[in-house]
Structure formats: C-alpha cells, structure tokens
Design a protein around this ligand. Structure first.
Ligand code: AAL
Length: 423
C-alpha cells in the first residue's frame, strides 16, 4: 500500500468513527429528528415516582391519604389556668369511651425552665398528672379525675407525669407516660413510667421503676443548663424518651417513642436528627423493653403515632424533620416508607383504633380521634379537641379524600406558631 492510500484510510477513520457514533446515539432514541428530545420510555424523576412510588394513583384513590376535619369537644374545652393535652389512644369499654391525658392543676401561665419553681410550671406539661375522661358519643366528655399520679418525693416521677398512652393487654389496662424528676430543667432526662389497673377506672398501681430510659449518654459542655451545649453526642435518645405509643404485634408489645439526643440545636455535626422515633419491644408490660438495633426507625416526626394497618404498621409523621406531614407504612413495623403527604394533621393525636392491641395482621385503621391545641400567647393553656379523617381500610369516605386545601388569612396566621406578626 502506498503513502497516499494510507492517508486516505486514516482520514476516513478520523471522520467515519465520530459519524457512526453520532448516528448510533441518534438511532437509540425513538425521535430521530433531534437527539435532545427523549423517548417516551424515558421519564423524569417525578414521573418515575408517579409510576412506582405512587402507583399511577390520584391521592383520592390512596388509602393512606386523608384530610382532617376538626371539631370542639364539650366538657374538655379551653379552661383558664388548667392545661389538658396529649390525649392517649381512645378505648371503648362496654358502652363508654375512655381517654387519658396530661392535666395540670390550676396554676399561673407557664414561665419557662429558668423561672420555674416548686409551684410555677415551666411549660404546659409540667407539674401534671394523668387524668381521664369518659364519653358515650366521643363528643361530650366528663372528666373523672386522676388516673396515674406523680410519684412520691425523691422518685423518678416526682415532678410531672405526662403524654400517656393506654394499652389493653390480657384483660388489664396499662398506662405508659413520660416522667420527670424535680428540678425540671432543660437538661433534665425524661423517662417512661407505667401504671396498671384491672379496670379502666383504676385503681392504678405505679410501677416503681421506669420501663424505658434514655440511651448511652453524650457529654454536656459546662454546667450552664443549656441542652444545645455538648462536647460529644451519645445515642439518638441520649437525653429524652417521649410519647410512648403502643401496639401488639407478633405477640409482643411494641413501644414506639419519640427521642431527643443530648445536643438538640447543637452546632456539632449531627449523627442523628434532633427529633426522631425509636421502637422498643417487650414480652411483658413491665419490660424489659429492648430497643431495636435499627433505631432510630424514623428520622422525622413529633409525638410517635402508630397503628396496625393491613399486615404492617402505619405511622403519622408530623411537625418535625424532612418527612413531616406524611403517612408512612412499614410491612415489618421498622422500615417505614412515605405513602402519602397530608396537610394540617392533628397535633399529639390519640386514635380510636379498636384493633390497636389485637395482635392483628389485618389492621383496619381509624376514622377519628382526639388531639390538642397547644398553648399560644392569647391562650396559654393547652386543650383537647376531636378530629375526623379516613385512614380506614373499611370505610370509604370521599369527604376526607379532598386535595387543594386552602386557608383564609385567620387560619393561616393561627395555624403557624412561628409566624405571628407582632403589632
Ligand atoms: C409534646 C410531646 C411530649 C413532650 C412535650 C410534652 O409535644 O412531644 O409531651 O415532652 O411536648
């Protein structure tokens, strides 16, 4: 081959290869008129989620989607000087509904941790006992008095007991609740205590020790009572275990709970969110409750709230974290996935969910419960109200499947605690 022939071959390789590659890339698209137009098989990220995560369904067809309707209660309305909050699961015994909740004595408005004294509350869940109320229709309630009281002086629960859940188990009634010891400051640990009774009306027997305590501690920085100042993180629940919420599953007692690490609002790099959710499992109501090795099992949410749903566990994730305002579900009760986004879910809800303690693998969900309105400057004590929804697998109520929920200016201002315009 002479030199001219060699050059010709080289030139055709230089020109030919890119042309072949260009044509090949074009023919791999269905629209060959322009290579930047993608084929109909290729989908945007949102459309991929629409088809896989959302199964091509409108939210009204999604069993995990609901909107919420709120209504005031008779008998447990706002009351000057007395705080009622954090309602438990609502249970029905014979023809009566029972609810248990955090209730303060009559006090001046809460003054914050720094100014709190032996008789002045730091917040609306300080200096409280667990009270209960009954109703025959779920709307008109009668307060019956104390169920679980604070413990004797010097005990782990001598300052306040609050945020209860009620579990019905083998014919007995178990109240689980948060507890703190005097003095109640920012850095005070929160534990979970328990009292039991043979009847929903008591008398209640106080378990002498907490049933759940914070995990491996971190290291506080200095002596000043500031929960954000730490030298080192501990476990995700090193500071507080909150909001016990129970179900029976696989014959065991599953206690879900909200957790805070030592170092909430710390500037150190975070191994855990400030708000997360754990689960601890026990064979008996007194424990030991063994914390799951995958904890925290939710990196979002406030006030752990779960219910058995179909063969798994559903959860309403509210208020805090990147996945706030979602309904999630986990087939194994541990690995939760987002199933729906919701607007204005109830605060601190307690569900009327009759199969919560049935050890069911066909959980039916719920259509109503109680919740609370937290304190605000014009109403410094918390109070209870009711909500309705459709998170049930039995009922189909299109009223609660509406989207496009809007607020007028009054509800916008009042529904967002951090955006009050100051005059
Ligand atoms: C609530 C709950 C727990 C906290 C406090 C009272 O929203 O998370 O109950 O301790 O606030």
């Amino acid at each position: 081959m002479n030199i001219v022939d060699m050059n010709l071959i080289k030139r055709s390789i230089y020109i030919g290869v890119p042309i072949v590659m260009f044509l090949a890339s074009c023919t791999s698209k269905t629209d060959q008129s322009c290579c930047t137009v993608h084929s109909q098989q290729e989908l945007s990220a949102s459309m991929q989620r629409y088809k896989t995560q959302w199964e091509n369904k409108e939210p009204r067809e999604n069993e995990f989607y609901s909107c919420f309707k709120y209504k005031p209660l008779k008998g447990l309305e706002y009351e000057e000087g007395i705080s009622r909050r954090d309602p438990s699961t609502v249970i029905k015994v014979a023809d009566k509904y029972y609810v248990y909740y955090t209730r303060s004595p009559k006090t001046p408005a809460p003054v914050g941790y720094k100014k709190a004294t032996e008789s002045l509350p730091a917040n609306t869940w300080d200096l409280c006992d667990i009270y209960y109320a009954t109703s025959t229709d779920g709307e008109t309630w009668e307060e019956q008095g104390v169920a679980a009281a604070r413990g004797p002086e010097g005990e782990f629960d001598d300052r306040s007991v609050f945020t209860p859940d009620i579990m019905v188990y083998e014919g007995k009634y178990y109240l689980y609740y948060q507890a703190v010891k005097f003095p109640y400051q920012q850095r005070t640990r929160n534990v979970i205590g328990m009292s039991w009774a043979n009847s929903p009306d008591g008398p209640w027997h106080r378990n002498p020790k907490p049933v759940l305590e914070p995990g491996e501690p971190g290291v506080w920085d200095g002596e000043v009572d500031d929960r954000s100042k730490i030298l080192k993180y501990g476990a995700f629940d090193s500071h507080k275990v909150h909001d016990p919420n129970l179900i029976i599953r696989d014959g065991k007692i599953w206690m879900y709970y909200k957790a805070h690490p030592m170092g909430v609002h710390s500037k150190l790099k975070k191994p855990y969110p400030d708000f997360s959710m754990g689960v601890a499992i026990s064979d008996t109501p007194e424990g030991p409750f063994v914390k799951h090795h995958l904890n925290p099992i939710s990196a979002s949410g406030h006030e752990a709230l779960v219910w058995p749903y179909k063969d798994g566990v559903a959860s309403l994730i509210t208020a805090n974290g990147p996945e706030k305002n979602t309904v999630q579900w986990a087939k194994d009760g541990v690995n939760f996935e987002v199933k729906a986004h919701v607007v204005l879910p109830p605060d601190a809800a307690g569900l009327f969910c009759p199969d919560k303690y049935d050890n069911t693998k066909n959980g039916k969900g719920f259509t109503w419960g109680l919740c609370h309105i937290a304190q605000k400057p014009s109403k410094p004590w918390a109070y209870l109200m009711a909500f309705e929804c459709d998170l049930s697998s039995v009922v189909e109520n299109s009223k609660y499947k509406k989207e496009n929920i809007r607020f007028d200016e009054y509800s916008r201002v009042n529904s967002n605690r951090s955006f009050h315009w100051k005059k």
